[in-house]
Design a protein around this ligand. Structure first.
Ligand SMILES: NC(=O)c1ccc[n+]([C@@H]2O[C@H](COP(=O)([O-])OP(=O)(O)OC[C@H]3O[C@@H](n4cnc5c(N)ncnc54)[C@H](O)[C@@H]3O)[C@@H](O)[C@H]2O)c1
Length: 260
């Protein structure tokens, strides 16, 4: 796929996790549209194959890997596969994350905390570790993690999710500092409410509740996965060459209100 802009991602190599739907699919499509080669992974094969089909249909280069992003073996194998296929790992979008059951702090059981932390924290940590090891050898690379606006503030009913996303942002800024002088940049996107499958289903079943939430956002709408993807791609691009450790709000102005 020819480069059609100045992102500097043409013929760069990278990976996107949880790319079978939502933000991950949009991100994989956007990296491929910028001319990059991308290894996409997901725990569910059907959506993953559909993402790969969409990329190939648009003339992009893509490989797939099915697996659970919480597993260290998956992180190690993903990085190794990108290098084996294409010779380097220039960018990585660690996007896999799961939600929390909505309940007050006192009713959140430890199993829920462990489930969420295994994907959101330990999965992201494992991917970052193996990506950084490879990027250190190259003395170059850019990582973007999908955090959340819930990783910057409190959010009633979502304590395990909030804590996990603060951890993602903490890992982002710590790795950014550790690797800034070694040619590696590490940033996060912090999505606000984004119209992925779960929110589209909720909009269809509870339109009034959906409209009330959308109306409370300064831009009066929720975000699109493509808007999250654009931010992730830009942070990994040459245009963001002096940006590291940034936790970028992509939330229609919602964060300004401090209501998360
Ligand atoms: N959608 C939102 O409003 C929103 C807001 C803030 C942050 N986020 C974050 O964005 C990221 C993506 O969210 P989304 O809403 O696009 O996701 P989604 O729920 O649409 O799911 C995307 C994909 O994740 C895959 N997946 C789930 N568990 C996995 C695992 N353990 N390993 C590998 N793949 C797995 C699913 O199979 C699915 O294909 C997550 O980290 C989420 O926390 C989303």
């Amino acid at each position: 796929m020819p480069e059609t802009n100045s992102l500097g991602l043409a013929e760069k190599n990278g990976l996107v996790t949880a790319a079978g739907d939502g933000i991950g699919r949009a991100s994989a499509l956007a990296f491929a549209a910028a001319g990059a080669r991308v290894l996409i992974s997901d725990i569910a094969p059907e959506g993953l194959e559909e993402t790969a089909r969409l990329i190939r249909e648009a003339g992009g280069i893509v490989e797939t890997m099915v697996g659970d992003a919480s597993a260290e073996s998956m992180a190690e194998a993903s990085v190794a596969r990108v290098v084996e296929l294409w010779g380097s790992l220039d960018f990585a979008h660690n996007n896999a994350g799961i939600g929390a059951p909505n309940a007050p702090f006192t009713e959140q059981d430890r199993a829920a905390w462990e489930r969420i932390f295994s994907v959101n924290v330990f999965g992201t940590m494992a991917f970052m570790k193996h990506e950084l090891r490879q990027m250190e050898k190259q003395a170059s690379g850019a990582i973007v993690n999908t955090a959340s606006m819930a990783g910057k503030d409190g959010s009633p009913g979502l304590s395990p999710y909030v804590a996990s996303k603060w951890a993602v942002n903490g890992m982002t800024q710590t790795a950014a500092l550790e690797y800034a002088a070694r040619g590696i940049r590490v940033n996060s996107i912090c999505p606000g409410a984004t119209l992925t499958t779960a929110l589209r289903t909720w909009r269809a079943s509870s339109p009034e509740a959906y409209d009330a939430v959308a109306a409370s956002i300064p831009m009066r709408r929720m975000g699109e996965p493509e808007e999250q993807a654009a931010a992730a791609v830009w942070l990994c691009s040459a245009q963001a060459s002096y940006i590291t450790g940034t936790l970028l709000n992509v939330e229609g102005g919602d964060g300004i209100l401090g209501k998360q």
